[in-house]
Design a protein around this ligand. Structure first.
Ligand code: HEC
Length: 205
């Protein structure tokens, strides 16, 4: 049963891979940080991109369509339908640097259950966008993720931020996730529909 599931996941990855390659991809660019420690963004103009006429810049760096429309332009009912039915979702990949993209994926694999989709926060855990806007540094971000935070470390009573230091789906991707959350916090990336879960990263043995 397990083997079948893994095989299915493998086939899905393959077909997703082909989809991704069939749309224009950004040139490989080394992720970089500017002098203020903010992630730099690779902006590529592409088919389907929407340009803000006042700035002449793209509104979204990653465009996710729900039933043919940009997700920020569809009704909540339609969004729900797209959350339930992945075939209605189209991802036009190509306007986000790969590191930010990986952070986006990692965030939605491991963190959104508590911190909310799109880094928006939930009743249980804070919005990480807001944490960064209020000045949470990369080092503190890193430390909380690695070590977790319970009541003993000053968390709100009853709240627990688990430690992810030993989690290979998280630990190697903290910088990517920071870039993703920072891009959200800076208003560079809009909300997107949750994508179907991808198979988890596996350490080579
Ligand atoms: C089981 C739920 C849960 C999961 C999963 C979770 N967190 Fe948290 N996280 C929390 C809670 C609750 C807090 C707030 C703790 C407190 O009260 O200080 C928190 C706090 C944080 C903080 C500190 C925010 C601040 O303003 O001080 C960061 C950063 C953070 N989490 C990142 C992450 C990342 C990245 C992931 C995914 C790898 C993740 N968390 C997954 C529950 C969770």
């Amino acid at each position: 049963m397990n083997i079948n599931k893994n095989f299915l996941a493998f086939v899905i990855t393959l077909s997703l891979g082909f989809q991704v390659h069939s749309v224009p991809r950004p040139d490989a660019v080394e992720p970089a940080w500017d002098e203020n420690d903010n992630p730099t963004y690779v902006i590529k103009y592409g088919k389907g991109d929407r340009i803000d006429p006042s700035t002449n810049k793209p509104l979204n760096m990653i465009q996710i369509l729900c039933d043919g429309k940009a997700v920020d332009q569809v009704s909540e009912e339609k969004l729900d339908a797209c959350r339930d039915d992945a075939s209605l979702v189209e991802e036009q990949y190509g306007w986000m640097d790969f590191s930010t993209y990986k952070g986006w994926r990692a965030y939605h694999a491991e963190c959104h259950v508590c911190h909310g989709p799109d880094a928006m926060g939930s009743t249980y855990a804070p919005s990480l966008m807001v944490s960064l806007q209020q000045g949470l540094s990369f080092d503190d971000f890193y430390a909380v993720i690695m070590n977790g935070r319970g009541e003993a470390e000053g968390a709100v009573a009853g709240n627990v931020m688990p430690a992810f230091g030993a989690n290979t789906n998280v630990a190697p991707h903290v910088e990517d996730m920071y870039r993703y959350v920072k891009a959200r916090a800076d208003g560079k990336i809009r909300r997107g529909v949750r994508l179907p879960k991808l198979p988890k990263f596996k350490e080579a043995e």
